[in-house]
Design a protein around this ligand. Structure first.
Ligand SMILES: O=C[C@H](O)COP(=O)(O)O
Length: 251
């Protein structure tokens, strides 16, 4: 499982750079503009320059409306600015067809410019609170639009967690559906170390984290702490080892 960490700007990205050996992807967002709030192009560029070249930079395009042209242009802005994972939060899409239309436009805009960039279709575990597409529709939206990954995050950051809205067995189905069409499965939403056991067991490819590696566990008032990133990774590695040992002992 890969660890994606979301700093809120250049200063925090520098703290991520100090913990670079413990993380896999640096994810640029602007939390005060929403769960998947988009940051400025120059911030993406500065963060790309600040983190080691072997660490991919991801950028969120926003909690987007059902406006395929607008979103495609924003996605192109993110990839031109140096991000190679482009995440789109399908906030304003109320049906799978709308999600597919938006994501097809994003895939074309991104891959025309940079074919090796990865496009991530993100839904929300608490979709019922905002009226957007059902979480289990997201893997199919990713598959039918040509996106590379299906993701879930929480839309409302009020302390409720991924598993409060989509329990582990449903997340397992999400991962299964994503894998069945050859997509990666990414999960996030106030994930803590306590969630790493189930996330590992169900085969999650990428876990996205911010609050759990911020001072005081607070994604808004706390800053990312390199030692918390290291501790999170240690716990991920422990679960990965235990899972591998468990799988081989039942063979
Ligand atoms: O993409 C990952 C998100 O930034 C997760 O943030 P969070 O752990 O504070 O919910």
């Amino acid at each position: 499982m890969l660890l994606l960490i979301s700093p809120d700007g250049v200063e925090e990205a520098l703290d991520c750079a100090k913990a670079a050996e413990h993380l896999d992807i640096v994810d640029v967002k602007k939390p005060d503009e929403g769960s998947l709030g988009a940051n400025f192009p120059w911030v993406i560029r500065e963060i790309r320059d600040a983190v080691p070249a072997d660490k991919p930079v991801s950028a969120t395009v926003g909690d987007v409306p059902y406006k395929p042209g607008t979103v495609a242009q924003a996605a192109l802005g993110a990839v031109v600015s140096g991000a190679t994972y482009i995440k789109v939060g399908l906030y304003g899409c109320t049906t799978p067809d709308q999600g597919i239309e938006v994501m097809r436009a994003v895939v074309r805009a991104v891959k025309d410019h940079r074919p090796d960039a990865l496009v991530v279709a993100s839904g929300y575990a608490d979709a019922h609170r905002i009226g957007c597409v059902n979480p289990l529709a997201v893997p199919d939206i990713a598959a039918r639009s040509g996106a590379d990954a299906a993701m879930l995050d929480t839309a409302v950051k009020d302390g409720t967690r991924l598993f409060d809205h989509v329990p582990p067995d449903v997340c397992a189905e999400f991962v299964r559906l994503a894998h069945a069409s050859g997509r990666l499965a990414a999960l996030a939403g106030s994930v803590t170390q306590a969630d790493l056991g189930p996330l590992t067991r169900i085969g999650t490819d990428i876990v996205g984290v911010r609050g759990a590696v911020c001072e005081g566990g607070d994604r808004n008032t706390g800053r990312i702490q390199p030692h918390l990133v290291a501790a999170f990774r240690t716990e991920m590695d422990r679960h990965a080892r235990e899972h591998t040992a468990g799988v081989s002992s039942v063979r």
